[in-house]
Ligand binder design. Sequence first.
Ligand code: RIB
Length: 309
Amino acid sequence: MAKKVVVFGSFVADMTGRGPKFPVAGETVLGSAFKVGPGGKGSNQAVAAHRAGADVCFITKLGADTFGQMARSFYEAEGMDTRYLLIDPEASTGGALIMVNEQTAQNEIMVILGACNQFSDADIESRREKIESADILLLQMETNPDALEKVIRMAHGKGVRMVLNPAPARPIADELLGMIDTVTPNETEAFTLTGVKVENKEDAHRAAQVFLSKGVKNVVITLGEHGVYVTDGAREELYERITVKAVDTTGAGDAFNGGFVTALSMGKDLFEAARFGNCTGALSVTKIGTAPAMPTREEIEALYQKQYC
Ligand code: RIB
């Protein structure tokens, strides 16, 4: 039976513009398309895991506004559990300003957390039962840091297996890192947290040693065009990037994390889960958007078969 995955993190409304290039400071560029849709790293990862077939409970905080309603409607249409959404009576739902370069499919993002920067102790306490009974807890860094700390300590107290996607990278105490089972940074997040510039497998190995020395058990570093580096301290692997026709790379890391924890929740080992995550991430960049671009389990399995079997 699939294990219970709990995701604690952000929902924000993604306001995305596509255009021929990124503007430089002070420049205005004419874009080609604009869309508002569901985003936020926590939400994207929860949606990715849900579509990949996991039993997911998502805990986030919305404003009592139109974007908050957009989130709820999206989860309902997806068939996701909405019972653990929190509503802030004052703060607005967060938003992200995203520019996508249609030549390269790369993105630039500024995220404003809004209600997701306002988790109170009482909010976390009200979700204690869910957090403590999770088999796998998936976390990011798009919430107020004191709330993230409280959740980590709560889960650690019950021996919950935690996966931390340290995005966007922010300082975190070594003591808290030592409670984490698996970290999943990209190259820039790995650099911020370890001081090691990561461009290849050797660099990834050195960055991983820093995480392992702080007590993290497994390290998975997504390396963009260089693939995915994975180690449990004893074995290490580098899985190549899967070649696809990319139209929008926004949310690829979120897709990876959602697929990764889904495979873990189904009893796959660290390395197989990373390969499953690699397929999930690759498929997500073939569609425009973040949460709406997450692939289905059938699509992931078909790619996995083609790529690894
Ligand atoms: O990882 C992509 C996400 O980061 C976007 O959906 C945006 O909301 C930002 O939080």
